[in-house]
Design a protein around this ligand. Structure first.
Ligand SMILES: Cc1cc2nc3c(=O)[nH]c(=O)nc-3n(C[C@H](O)[C@H](O)[C@H](O)COP(=O)(O)OP(=O)(O)OC[C@H]3O[C@@H](n4cnc5c(N)ncnc54)[C@H](O)[C@@H]3O)c2cc1C
Length: 308
């Protein structure tokens, strides 16, 4: 219920502009967002590199309203890639198609995405295409599948809460795709998505089993398990061990600001871990989705707001 309400609020950017004026919100936001500029994100990424961790970088933004904003977002990703290459960081971009103009025109979005994929390819980097709400799933996967032959460095995302994922995943595995498996981050009707955590976790485990097979890996599929759920991370590690899958054939992914305590444990088991570091002024939707994932974050915010 609370989760659904928060996810509803995540689509109200005007509220974000009000919250942005509250100093405490800014402090809590900084737990999940490296800063408002790329200059604030790169030191975080360099610290991750020193700790032997891989990273991804996201310039926050979604559902842009003008062509100029969509082109600007793609330009930011181009300069991020130049900087990643210059600093030789084990870092890749992770972007949203609605940030590149998907709501405005498929052609504009494709053109922007091609520019970024092209620069990423030249820099020898993957580029993750995040998955947004179900209104975009078909268009996102169609664009991914159309561009993949030209850009094998493009990587896609499957959400375990969507019922359709059980059909989408085998097709993507058949293409030998690089696939992030995550749980859920948007509000969806029960017709399209599993609703309870138990169902979502069970489907995550089922999809993990499809990804972690010698056959899927032989086709070239590369799974990334994006979760902070210790049980599922241990499951991936255990299954890989059982099947003799070497640790460089898959990775675990986590978000900046969540479960720092797990990082060294995962790395010390010899697993690959990538931490996604977001930055930017447009933090509101991302931040409220992080609150929705864990109501304790909201309680912390409220308690501090009423504290004299
Ligand atoms: C690298 C990465 C990329 C992602 N990309 C996408 C995407 O493209 N599309 C999409 O829909 N979703 C994406 N997600 C979000 C994902 O779907 C989940 O919403 C998010 O990871 C929380 O779920 P969980 O798997 O950690 O499991 P949960 O069962 O929600 O959480 C497991 C444990 O993790 C901790 N935890 C989880 N969330 C928080 C939080 N916000 N604050 C504090 N502790 C927390 C808690 O200890 C919790 O018990 C991504 C996640 C990651 C890590």
């Amino acid at each position: 219920m609370l989760r659904a309400f928060l996810l509803y609020l995540s689509n109200k950017p005007r509220l974000g502009r009000t919250l942005d004026r509250v100093p405490l919100t800014r402090r809590l936001v900084r737990r999940f967002v490296a800063g408002t500029t790329a200059e604030a994100a790169f030191p975080v990424i360099e610290r991750l590199q020193v700790a032997d961790l891989l990273s991804a970088i996201t310039y926050l933004g979604e559902n842009v309203l003008t062509e100029a904003a969509a082109r600007r977002a793609a330009d930011v990703y181009l300069s991020l890639l130049d900087e990643i290459k210059r600093r030789d960081l084990p870092c890749v971009p992770s972007l949203k198609l609605t940030h590149l103009g998907l709501d405005l025109s498929a052609a504009l979005c494709r053109e922007n995405l091609e520019r970024v994929l092209d620069r990423a390819q030249a820099a020898g980097r993957l580029c993750w295409i995040d998955m947004e709400s179900s209104a975009y799933t078909d268009r996102t996967l169609a664009l991914y599948e159309a561009l993949r032959p030209r850009f094998p460095n493009a990587a896609c995302v499957i959400q375990a809460y969507l019922r359709r994922s059980a059909d989408d995943l085998p097709r993507l595995i058949g293409l030998g795709a690089t696939i992030r498996l995550c749980k859920w981050a948007y509000r969806e009707p029960p017709r399209l998505a599993f609703v309870t955590k138990r169902e979502v976790d069970a489907n995550y485990a089922r999809l993990m089993d499809l990804l972690l097979t010698p056959e899927a890996l032989a086709r070239g599929a590369y799974p990334a398990f994006a979760t902070h759920d210790e049980r599922l991370i241990a499951r991936a590690a255990g299954r890989a061990r059982e099947l003799g899958i070497p640790p460089e054939k898959f990775e675990i992914q986590m978000l900046y600001g969540i479960r720092h305590d797990l990082r060294t444990r995962i790395r010390d088991q010899g697993l690959r871990l990538r931490v996604l570091v977001p930055f930017g002024e447009d933090w509101y939707g991302y931040f409220v989705r992080r609150l929705a994932e864990r109501p304790a974050n909201l309680l912390f915010l409220l308690k501090n707001l009423v504290r004299p």
